[in-house]
Write a protein that binds this ligand. Structure first.
Ligand SMILES: Cc1ncc(COP(=O)(O)O)c(C=O)c1O
Length: 457
C-alpha cells in the first residue's frame, strides 16, 4: 500500500470520515469557527493548504513543534533508525539510545540523576504521582488552581478545570487544589505532614501566569522542610520554550522531579520523561523483583529516543534556547506596548516563546456593553473575536487557552524569523484594533457567535 496514493485519492474525505467514524463535535467546531482548511503540506513554522496558502503556526500542535515541522535532521535520524534494522523493544535488554538520551537530558538538569521514559505528558504525570507516593509513603498530592497536567485519571485529578472533570468522577483520592502563588495556603496544606508532592507549572499553560518572584523559592523551602517533593511540570514550558532549557531555572529552583514531553518528540514520535533524584528513583525500583514495577511497553522505543536525541542536537546547533529568549522576549515587549493603546487588552504575559494575551472588560460604555453581551452568552467568547480573524484574515493559527478563558496564547516554534515576528505583531495589532471598532465586522461575528452560544444553552 502506498500511503501517499491513499492520501491523494481520499484526502478530501477527511471531514466526512471524521464525522462518521471519529469526533463529530470537532468537525462542528472547526466548521463553526472557519478553521476547516485542508492542509496538504507543512514545513518549519508554516502549514500550507490545498490552494497553496501559507499559515503561521503559533499553536505548534499544543506546543510540540519547537523545531518547526518536519525538521530535516530529525527526519534523517528517524530514517536512519528505520533502515538500520536495529534491535527494538527487546524488553529483556537495555536500550543504548535510552541511556544516551537520559545522559543528555540529565546534563540539562545537573541536580538530578535518573530518567524514566514514557509516551506522553500525562504518562509522565502518572509516573511522578506514583514515584512521589511510593518514595514518601504519603498519599497527598497538591496541585494549583488553574493547573493543567493532563487527562488520564491521575493527571486529571490534578487539573482543576471542571469542564474536563465533570461526569468522570470519582477521581484520585487525597489530591487537593491550592491557590497558585499563595504561600500561606501552601504552608497550611503541608502542615499535617501527609503530602507526598506539590505539582507546579512554572508558567501555567492555562493562564500563562508565572510563579511570582518569591513563591518558587519559598515553596521549594517549605516542601523540603515538610518532606514533600517538588515536581516541576515542564511538559509545555520545557526544552527551551521560555528561554531556558527548563522554566524553573528562571527562579533558580532545583525540583525533585522534572516532567518533559511534547518537544522531546521532535514533532514525530510521542515521548515523555521524568527526571528525578536518585534516592527517589532507588526507593521505587528498590529490588530485582520490582525492576518493572512501573513502565509501559513502548517507552524507550528506538524511534522516540532517536527523535529526542536529534531534537536536543538541533536545539543546541541552532541556538534555539537563546533564540527563544531574545526573539521571544522582544516580541513580548512589542506586544506589551499594545496594552496602553487598546482597552480590551489588559496584559501580555509569559516568557520567551510562551505568550499570553489577556483580555478583559473595557472602560468605555459601548465596548463594555458589547463585552457584557458576549460574556453573558458564553464567558471567554471575546477571545474568539481575536483568534478567528487572526486565522481567517491573517493566516495565523493560535488558541484560546480553555473554555471560559480570557487568554489567547501563542506558542511559536522557536525557529521563527524576524519577519514572522513582524507578521505576528502586525496581525495582532490589526485584529485587536478591529475588535475596538463598534459597530464593525468583528462585532457582527461576535453577535453570530453569541447567538450560537445562547442557542446551545
Ligand atoms: C503542563 C502540561 N502538563 C501535562 C500535559 C499533558 O500532556 P499530554 O497531552 O502529552 O498527555 C500538558 C498538555 O498540554 C501540559 O500542557
Amino acid at each position: 500500500m502506498k500511503i501517499l496514493d491513499l492520501l491523494a485519492n481520499r484526502r478530501d474525505e477527511a471531514y466526512a470520515l471524521h464525522e462518521r467514524h471519529l469526533n463529530m463535535q470537532m468537525v462542528r467546531v472547526l466548521r463553526t469557527i472557519g478553521f476547516d482548511v485542508r492542509y496538504t503540506r507543512a514545513t518549519g513554522a508554516y502549514l500550507y493548504d490545498a490552494e497553496g496558502h501559507c499559515y503561521l503556526d503559533l499553536l505548534s500542535g499544543w506546543g510540540v513543534f519547537a523545531l518547526g515541522r518536519n525538521h530535516p535532521q530529525v527526519v534523517a535520524a528517524l530514517q536512519e533508525v528505520l533502515t538500520a534494522q536495529l534491535p527494538h523493544l527487546v524488553q529483556m535488554d537495555v536500550s543504548p539510545l535510552a541511556g544516551l538520551l537520559a545522559e543528555q537530558l540529565l546534563a540539562y538538569t545537573p541536580h538530578l540523576d535518573k530518567a524514566f521514559f514514557c509516551n506522553s505528558g500525562t504518562e509522565a504525570v502518572e509516573a511522578a504521582i506514583k514515584f512521589a507516593r511510593y518514595a514518601t509513603g504519603r498519599p497527598g498530592i497538591l496541585y494549583c488552581s488553574d493547573a493543567f497536567h493532563g487527562l488520564s485519571y491521575g493527571a486529571l485529578s490534578l487539573s482543576g478545570d471542571e469542564q474536563f472533570r465533570a461526569g468522570f468522577g470519582p477521581l484520585l483520592p487525597a489530591t487537593r487544589e491550592i491557590p497558585y502563588n499563595d504561600l500561606e495556603a501552601l504552608e497550611r496544606a503541608l502542615a499535617p505532614g501527609d503530602i507526598a508532592a506539590l505539582f507546579l507549572e512554572p508558567i501555567q499553560g492555562h493562564t500563562v501566569l508565572s510563579l511570582s518572584d518569591d513563591y518558587g523559592r519559598e515553596a521549594a523551602r517549605l516542601c523540603a522542610r515538610h518532606g514533600t517533593l517538588l515536581v516541576a511540570d515542564e511538559i509545555q514550558t520545557g526544552c527551551g520554550r521560555t528561554g531556558r532549557f527548563c522554566a524553573y531555572e528562571h527562579w533558580g529552583l532545583e525540583p525533585d522531579m522534572v516532567l518533559l514531553a511534547k518537544v522531546l518528540s521532535g514533532g514525530f514520535i510521542p515521548a515523555g520523561a521524568v527526571l528525578v533524584r536518585k534516592p527517589i528513583f532507588d526507593k521505587v525500583f528498590n529490588r530485582m523483583d520490582r525492576a518493572v514495577v512501573h513502565g509501559s511497553t513502548f517507552s524507550k522505543n528506538n524511534l522516540a529516543m532517536a527523535a529526542g536525541l536529534a531534537t536536543l542536537e538541533v536545539i543546541r546547533q541552532e541556538g534555539l534556547i537563546e533564540k527563544a529568549a531574545t526573539r521571544g522576549n522582544l516580541l513580548l515587549e512589542q506586544l506589551r506596548a499594545l496594552v496602553p493603546q487598546f482597552e480590551f487588552l489588559h496584559e501580555v504575559r509569559g516568557r520567551g516563546m510562551m505568550i499570553g494575551l489577556c483580555f478583559g472588560k473595557p472602560q468605555s460604555t459601548a465596548r463594555r456593553a458589547a463585552w457584557n453581551v458576549l460574556e453573558k452568552a458564553s464567558p471567554g467568547l471575546f477571545c474568539q473575536l481575536i483568534t478567528i480573524p487572526l486565522f481567517t484574515e491573517h493566516r495565523i493559527l493560535s488558541q484560546v487557552t480553555g473554555r471560559g478563558s480570557h487568554v489567547v496564547k501563542f506558542l511559536p516554534p522557536l525557529i521563527i524569523s524576524a519577519d514572522d515576528a513582524e507578521w505576528i505583531l502586525r496581525a495582532t495589532r490589526a485584529v485587536i484594533a478591529d475588535a475596538h471598532r463598534i459597530p464593525g465586522a468583528v462585532w457582527d461575528l461576535g453577535r453570530k457567535l453569541a447567538a450560537q452560544a445562547i442557542s446551545r444553552h
